[in-house]
Ligand binder design. Structure first.
Ligand SMILES: *Cc1c(COP(=O)(O)O)cnc(C)c1O
Length: 376
């Protein structure tokens, strides 16, 4: 692809000397598991996210799983979440023995609609797991008010939204825990898998710290069943270098989104998703809605691919309709907004290094797509 969806090599080239020095520092130290480099990164992320603790883990998926476990979620519990997310969100719920209960999305943002939460609360509901999809924060004031009223745990999936704010505060700092992913294509991308749980709750932080390392509270003493899910020291060292650039990258992502908006705001056959009022969107992905159904959306994607422009569909199948969740008993039609979104969303190239002329090229190619014209 001439214009990729995201460009990790450009990012590496711009930081090559510093990243190589960090790798060298770790490989020559011979210390590869946890240690001061991981601790320093945990503190830096916690400070940056305005919370008191960060606990590095092996992936964003494990961050969700361990945060839920640490908050006491288990067998028989119901967790309210969105059907329109990556499967890792619900995988974590299932792995705890709990059941995801899907709450439909708001079509203008594709985020879970907080107005629909309360009708799904039962005697078994224990937690809400909101996802700030694409980097766009969900209304956390409303969500926390409902959670408090019903005494529910809140674990925020911030895998796509590191740095996004709601009412001036970073996401991940509102609930009992926030879960970050450093998967390469996320806001802050590792050179492999990595994740973190952030929290203001010391008990949750201590619990995740024990769980990620075999349930260890003191070396070779195990108070609970744990797993091996530590953040690699090498990844931490490299991520520390990148974190220093994150504010600048977010500024540029927002600028890229604004430029796309200038070209595409009035384009026929598409609609731009709405950043939530009261928050700041960090645009991990720049996603639009294509009118006319999956056929038109797929024709647009093919049209762009032919011109060397990468696109992606996040996500083509709502989780309640996934074969793996047949046992949960959902039917087509149960979550109409999520089902409509799976046929309309399309994400365009979005990364800090994309040039203004590339944004123009993508926008012009999109507007020239015959499938959009004929749909009108
Ligand atoms: C990427 C992602 C995850 C999982 O993160 P990994 O680091 O890949 O395990 C969870 N939730 C959402 C919404 C994601 O986008």
């Amino acid at each position: 692809m001439r214009i990729p969806l995201t460009d990790l090599t450009a990012q590496y080239q711009s930081l090559r000397d510093e990243i190589d020095a960090a790798i060298d520092r770790i490989t020559t130290s011979g210390s590869f598991i946890l240690g001061p480099e991981v601790e320093a990164f945990e503190c830096e992320i916690a400070d940056w996210c305005q919370v008191s603790h960060g606990v590095g883990v092996a992936s964003g998926t494990d961050a969700l799983y361990l945060a839920l476990l640490a908050c006491g979620i288990g067998e028989g519990d119901e967790v309210l979440t969105t059907p329109f997310t990556f499967i890792a969100t619900t995988e974590a719920i299932r792995r705890c023995g709990a059941t995801p209960v899907f709450v439909d999305i708001a079509p203008d943002t594709c985020n879970m609609d907080p107005g629909l939460l309360e009708r799904h609360i039962t005697r078994s509901t224990r937690a809400i797991l909101p996802v700030h999809l694409y980097g766009n924060p969900i209304d956390m004031t409303r969500l926390m008010e409902i959670a408090r009223r019903h005494e529910l745990v809140v674990v925020e999936d911030c895998a796509q939204s590191l740095g996004a704010t709601w009412q001036g505060r970073k996401v991940g700092s509102f609930g009992d825990a926030g879960c970050l992913s450093f998967f390469p294509s996320k806001m802050l991308g590792a050179s492999g898998d990595a994740g973190m749980v952030i929290t203001n709750n010391e008990c949750v932080a201590d619990m995740v710290r024990a769980l990620r390392s075999h349930g260890t509270t003191r070396k070779y003493y195990h108070e609970m069943p744990g797993i091996n899910s530590r953040l690699d020291t090498l990844q931490a060292a490299m991520l520390r270098v990148k974190l220093r650039r994150l504010d600048e990258w977010i500024r540029r992502r927002r600028e890229v989104a604004a430029t796309y908006g200038d070209y595409l705001r009035n384009a026929s056959g598409i609609s731009l998703l709405r950043p939530t009022d009261g928050g700041t969107h960090v645009y991990n992905y720049f996603t639009l809605g294509v009118q006319g159904g999956a056929g038109v959306r797929n024709a647009l994607a093919a049209h762009l691919t032919e011109r060397g422009i990468a696109t992606a569909v996040y996500y083509p199948c709502s989780l309640h309709l996934q074969p793996v969740y047949r046992g949960l008993g959902y039917q087509p039609g149960d979550l109409p907004e999520s089902e409509a979104a799976q046929d309309s969303v399309l994400s365009l190239p979005m990364y800090p290094e994309i040039t203004d002329s590339q944004i123009e090229e993508v926008s012009q190619a999109l507007m020239a797509c015959p499938a959009l014209q004929f749909h009108r």
